[in-house]
Design a protein around this ligand. Sequence first.
Ligand code: NDP
Length: 261
Amino acid sequence: MSSLALFDLTGRLALVTGSSGGIGLAIAAGLADAGARVVLNGRDAARLEDAAALLRQAAPKGVERTILTSAFDVTDRLAVEDGVRRLEEASGPIRILVNNAGIQRRAPLDSFSAEDWSELMRTNLDSVFYVGTAVARHMIPRGEGKIINIGSVQCELARPGIAPYTASKGAVKNLTKGMCADWARHGLQINAIGPGYFETPLNRALVEDPDFNAWLKKRTPAGRWGKVEELQGAAVFLASDASSFVNGQTLYVDGGVLSVL
Ligand code: NDP
């Protein structure tokens, strides 16, 4: 096999949670360009159809993107089970899962509400368990499957005002290792991507904050925000045969944030 063919995802079904916009949509585009049949997910079916149309229209010249949609709330375990079952029946097998859906809530820990804590943990962490197990139960009997969990540089580092987010992402990193411990023997590969700072709706307040921009420029060795397209290479690598002996890892795509103090 040529080394380029190692990255070929032709015909493989990939479910990307939280892909109506931001990082999920960019990762979906990257997987589609490598040949995957990609399923967009989010809570709003109409928004997903718009996103799917956008991806098809914006395909690079000569590339036809196959984009499907499946609306469900990743914090609702029954809805997740139902969504995954329907997808398997209609378009399966799901060979690639990207657990990307996530939210941010900013407040000092001593004034963080229990409601926000719960919503954040359910969206960022419980969802990885719900969707991961729902999909893995189909992958395990088939003896193969790729799961990519989206962590963050906050898997490793805390910043003031986002302690619960940091806790959730640290847990995603360790859940990635736990999934590897349980499922690698069944032929599954479970890895994580840890993005640095990317301009998406999740970071809207920070993108518009001059002080944060000055801090980011100094703190990130690359000296700038990441572009969401810069996550596509890592996602295609971890979704493809090119990463066939990589398991339980977190790959940081952060412009050097974690390497330099
Ligand atoms: P966005 O806010 O841009 O997008 C979040 C996506 O998640 C949307 O598509 C939203 O869809 C979906 N979503 C939210 N809640 C649910 C839910 N309960 N069920 C289904 N879908 C849901 O965020 P980003 O693209 O910035 O973030 C994506 C991931 O990357 C997150 O896990 C985030 O923590 C992580 N990350 C982001 C970084 C950044 O700098 N932006 C850095 C490090 C990590 P809808 O609202 O339509 O349901």
